[in-house]
Write a protein that binds this ligand. Structure first.
Ligand code: GLA
Ligand code: ZN
Length: 689
């Protein structure tokens, strides 16, 4: 079933390398624009993202369009072999528009309308803003539809936030009417009899507000769903003229990792290719390899958002950002490592924010390919140049993907519900961290993983892991049940199977619809303070190779094994001797339940046991040193192995297999190789058989 996806745009069957380019800031200094073209070539850049915040330069007065400068930029790019990732400008608007049509300005949750300023703050319902964006997008598409530079449409910029204006309230009510049909149904779903919050007229419904309704969990959840729906509609309105005029130019919008404000599983469906902006705080308090595995987790989400299709790394910094607590430059080697890491997980581009540092305003100290000094003799420029040279040697990797045997569920709606719940402990939820904790043991072993939603198809996997599957939407438990019955292995953690899609608790015993599959009843959950721990003691024949004692912290589910078999027990407190890890035979498969949040050693040993037991394929057959991962891309004929060392010191790796060659030097590689600090190695291997 392995195949090679076509390049993002067949016009360019190479990696895209480049960044956000803002020539409109330099129109008064034409020598700078000329120099940019020389530097782009030197940096081995072939794609620039233009127009992202150019609206004021493209339409300085209502209805007066000034494309001449962009014409020149597009021509210059094309004449220099550089493609344009052409943006629609809706991420920020000209002052005249806010002044003349205040409805385009967003209203905050406290119901104050913002003044004109900053960016990413429009109303996504306003028909004026929708008309204005559709018009400028149409003009752009009409003008550049046949331009040789046009490669990809970059829709807006980092959609996000919410608008609470009257137009949005009306649209929300209309959406709710469609969803529930009747107020009775809505009142039931939201459990509004609580605190006398019953609605008797649709007009009484308001979006959540700090000085109004914030206590109905069903409302909060539906509001977030609506925000995704409305943002997606706004985006589709932007896309319509582009698809009409340039049907062959792929459309993307740059997303923000696991940004919680939008359900990217929904938005991705409307795009041809997904892209994201990755800004990891390297060299911070957390060890780089741990952070690296969290970043890999997100890259894997992006590959899975389009079912395995390569994605774009739309933004990353060549050095530092300007908005983190501490804005540290990347240490030597980290730029190459983090760029190739994206590629290893399925990116077909390495792009930056930003090409050139602006001279003034908010982002003047944000890392860029070209610094204020203006020339190419900087460390950062050379780092970028090196990445460009490497990418030019990786054409064979374009369009390749991976078909993991393991999948972890990461679900935005689940995250919303977990974030909103009252109880347990505010800081102990950590849905994302719990997902990464289950992911890291595979990353460390070079076992590829898909990160999917609970609505994804599970059939192609052998191991399915659902960390804190608090919300279980209709049909999900049934599909998990089928997966296990047919021989699949399922792992769930504590605090799963608690609420339905409306955030109503399952009655009759947790984990609700997962109870039969897991063979247990979760009666209570203990919440531990900082420093408090319990111990998890494996039984002697636990079948997953657990030995010694493990530490449990933060959350300990107090469960009763029903049909499940107990593999480990708690060692302390009033629940000493009660199950801490169970397995249930279900059809031809097995379902494990990890009842407590455990130390890393537990996760590592447990998943090692599962991986061994299931004989999961590893990218390399050998043991990887701590902090080194191996990732795979393939077209079914050739395998491309990415060895990545996230340690600030050299590590030796036994590649184990025969027939590997270094893609950058062409040299045959076997036996043990040394990866320098933050070192990378890309190996090509014809697939056996
Ligand atoms: C985001 C935006 C960019 C820029 C960078 C800075 O990703 O899309 O315009 O502000 O952040 O890191
Ligand atoms: Zn609005």
């Amino acid at each position: 079933m392995t195949k090679r996806y076509p390049p993002i745009n067949p016009k360019c069957p190479h990696f895209l390398h480049g960044g956000d380019y803002n020539p409109e800031q330099w129109l008064h200094m034409p020598e700078v624009l000329k120099e940019d073209l020389r530097l782009m070539k030197l940096a081995h850049c072939n794609a620039m993202s233009v127009g992202i915040f150019s609206w004021a330069a493209l339409e300085p007065e209502e209805g007066r369009f000034t494309f001449d400068w962009l014409d020149r930029v597009m021509d210059d790019l094309a004449n220099n072999g550089v493609f344009a990732v052409l943006a629609t400008p809706s991420g920020a608007r000209p002052a005249w528009m806010s002044q003349k049509y205040p409805e385009v300005l967003r209203v905050n949750a406290d119901r104050t309308r913002i003044l004109h300023g900053a960016r990413h703050n429009h109303c996504y319902t306003s028909s004026v803003y929708r008309e204005k964006t559709a018009l400028i997008n149409r003009k752009l598409a009409e003008r550049y539809r046949n331009h040789p530079a046009l490669l990809v449409w970059h829709i807006s910029n980092e959609y996000g936030g919410q608008c609470h204006c009257a137009l949005c309230q009306d649209a929300f009510r209309t959406w709710l009417k469609e969803r529930y049909g009747s107020l009775e149904a809505l009142n039931q779903a939201w459990w509004t009899a609580f605190w006398s919050h019953t609605y008797t007229d649709w007009s009484q419904i308001e979006s959540p507000a700090p000085h109004g309704e914030w206590a109905i969990h069903g409302l909060n959840l539906d509001w977030k769903r609506f925000v995704t729906r409305q943002t997606t509609q706004f985006m589709k309105n932007e896309i319509t003229p582009l698809r009409e005029l340039t049907p062959n130019v792929p459309v993307t919008t740059n997303m923000m990792g696991t940004y919680s404000g939008l359900n990217y599983w929904k938005m991705a469906a409307e795009l041809d290719v997904v892209s994201w902006d990755s800004y990891a705080p390297w060299h911070g308090v957390e060890e780089d390899w741990k952070l690296g595995s969290s970043v890999s987790f997100i890259h894997d989400i992006y590959r899975c958002l389009k079912g395995g299709r390569p994605f774009m790394l739309m933004e990353s910094t060549p050095s530092n950002v300007n908005w983190q607590e501490v804005c540290k430059p990347k240490r030597p080697g980290m730029h190459r490592l983090s760029s190739l890491q994206a590629v290893a997980h399925g990116a077909d581009t390495v792009q930056y924010f930003q090409w050139r540092k602006s001279r003034g305003s908010f982002e003047k100290f944000h890392g860029a390919v070209v610094d204020h000094v203006g020339h190419e003799n900087t460390r950062v420029f050379h780092d970028v140049e090196e990445v460009g040279q490497i990418l030019e040697k990786l054409d064979a990797v374009i369009g390749t993907t991976v078909h993991p045997e393991v999948a972890i569920i990461y679900d935005w709606e689940n995250e919303w519900a977990i974030g909103d719940l009252q109880g347990l402990s505010r800081k102990r939820r950590d849905y994302g961290g719990t997902c990464v904790a289950q992911y890291r043991p595979f990353w460390s072993r070079g076992v590829p993983v898909d990160v999917i939603s609970m609505d994804s198809d599970f059939a192609s996997y052998r191991l399915l892991i659902a960390p804190i599957l608090y919300m279980v939407r209709p049909g999900v438990a049934e599909r998990i049940g089928k997966f296990v019955e047919k021989g699949g292995t399922f792992v769930a953690t504590y605090w799963s199977g608690i609420v339905n899609e409306s955030d109503l608790c399952f009655l009759g015993g947790f984990p609700g619809p997962l109870r039969k599959i897991l063979g247990l009843w979760a009666e209570e959950i203990d919440v531990l303070h900082d420093g408090q721990t319990n111990v998890v003691i494996p039984v002697s024949k636990n079948g997953v190779g657990l030995t010694g004692r493990y530490k449990a912290r933060e959350l300990c589910d107090l469960i009763h094994a029903e049909s499940a078999q107990v593999l480990a027990k708690y060692g302390l407190d009033f629940y000493k001797g009660r199950p801490a890890l169970t397995v249930n035979e279900f059809g031809k498969g097995r379902a494990y339940y990890i009842a407590s949040r455990n130390d890393d050693r537990f996760d590592d040993d447990f998943y090692e046991g599962l991986a061994r037991g299931l004989g999961l394929k590893r990218v390399l057959g050998t043991r990887l040193p701590k902090g080194v991962t191996a990732q795979l891309r393939t077209d079914g004929k050739d395998e491309f192995v990415f060895l990545l060392n996230f340690q600030p010191a050299a590590r030796r790796v036994n590649v184990g297999r025969e027939g590997l060659s270094d893609m950058l030097t062409g040299k045959i590689v076997n036996g043990t190789v040394t990866l320098p600090a933050y070192g990378t190695l890309i190996l090509r291997c014809p697939r056996a058989g």
